[in-house]
Design a protein around this ligand. Structure first.
Ligand SMILES: Nc1ncnc2c1ncn2[C@@H]1O[C@H](COP(=O)(O)OP(=O)(O)O)[C@@H](O)[C@H]1O
Ligand SMILES: [Mg+2]
Length: 264
């Protein structure tokens, strides 16, 4: 359903230096695949997800979604098909608007009906039911401004917003990284429920190797702009954190074990 072919992206990095963030990356996702993505800082994980979302354009290569070439499609044209959540809750939700206004915008994403924020009674019932499922008490706060919510509540709302319009593809870029461990676990649980309920094809970048092992049905490791490990099925099921670190040392010159963010 998602087919990335030889994606290449380079950035100028001061003076004459160039960083190859994506070095001919090819990746195919089957419908309903839930893929976790790990890798050291600067491996190219965010560049990969941003390229799929249309926030960055590839230098070369091709991206197709459901057989349709979207390599050059602008981000707004992809937004109907692709939901994306990043680490910073401010990127995915609007602080000065209320919970129901945020949800109304998300529900209308990709539709050409203007940006009316009028919320119908039916829509309000639907939002309330969805929020009640989250279990954070947000269903009683439809008129609250999103800026008054905690980081965890905002990421939970962002997840609802990203999944409400039933995207073909869900992109999660370290969406739990700014949350405390307990909240991160709750929002990860919600993520798993929403992905399963919608049978959403999902790419989830995480710095938490436990989460990467425990969730999803396929695990990808990136390093220096390449996919260096791609495991699924029984092989993924048998993974352990030490085992993963060992596999990494087999494909890199080290550095992973000293990257403390990856060892949480
Ligand atoms: N907008 C940008 N301008 C210049 N360099 C960038 C930009 N975005 C990413 N890079 C560089 O590309 C490489 C990959 O970055 P990124 O995809 O953010 O890595 P990751 O998400 O795996 O930590 C890094 O070396 C980073 O510094
Ligand atoms: Mg990143």
């Amino acid at each position: 359903m998602l087919a990335i072919e030889k994606a290449r992206k380079r950035f100028a990095s001061g003076d004459d230096a160039v960083v190859t963030a994506l070095d001919d990356v090819s990746l195919e996702l089957e419908p309903g695949a839930f893929v976790t993505v790990i890798g050291s800082n600067g491996a190219g994980k965010s560049t990969l997800l941003k390229s799929v979302a249309g926030l960055l354009m590839l230098d070369s290569g091709r991206i197709a979604l459901d057989g349709q070439d979207i390599t050059r499609a602008p981000a707004h044209a992809r937004a109907r098909l692709i939901g994306r959540i990043a680490q910073d809750p401010h990127e995915s939700t609007c602080s000065v608007m209320t919970i129901e206004e945020n949800l109304a915008i998300a529900a209308k994403r990709g539709q050409h009906r203007g940006l009316s924020l009028a919320v119908t009674a039916a829509a309000r019932d639907r939002f309330r039911a969805a929020l009640a499922d989250v279990g954070l008490g947000l269903e009683a706060r439809l008129a609250a401004r999103v800026g008054t919510l905690s980081g965890g509540q905002r990421q939970a709302l962002a997840l609802l917003m990203a999944t409400l319009a039933r995207p073909r593809l869900l992109l999660l870029d370290e969406h739990l990284a700014s949350l405390d461990p307990k909240t991160a676990e709750a929002v990860m649980g919600l993520t798993g429920r929403l992905v399963a309920a919608g049978r959403l094809t999902t790419l989830m970048v995480t710095h938490n190797m436990q989460d990467a092992i425990r969730w999803g049905d396929r695990l990808i490791m990136m390093h220096e702009g390449r996919i260096v490990l791609d495991l699924r099925g029984a092989e993924k099921g048998a993974l352990t954190v030490p085992g993963l670190i060992e596999r990494f040392h087999g494909v890199s010159r080290g550095g992973f074990a000293t990257d403390r963010a990856l060892l949480s």
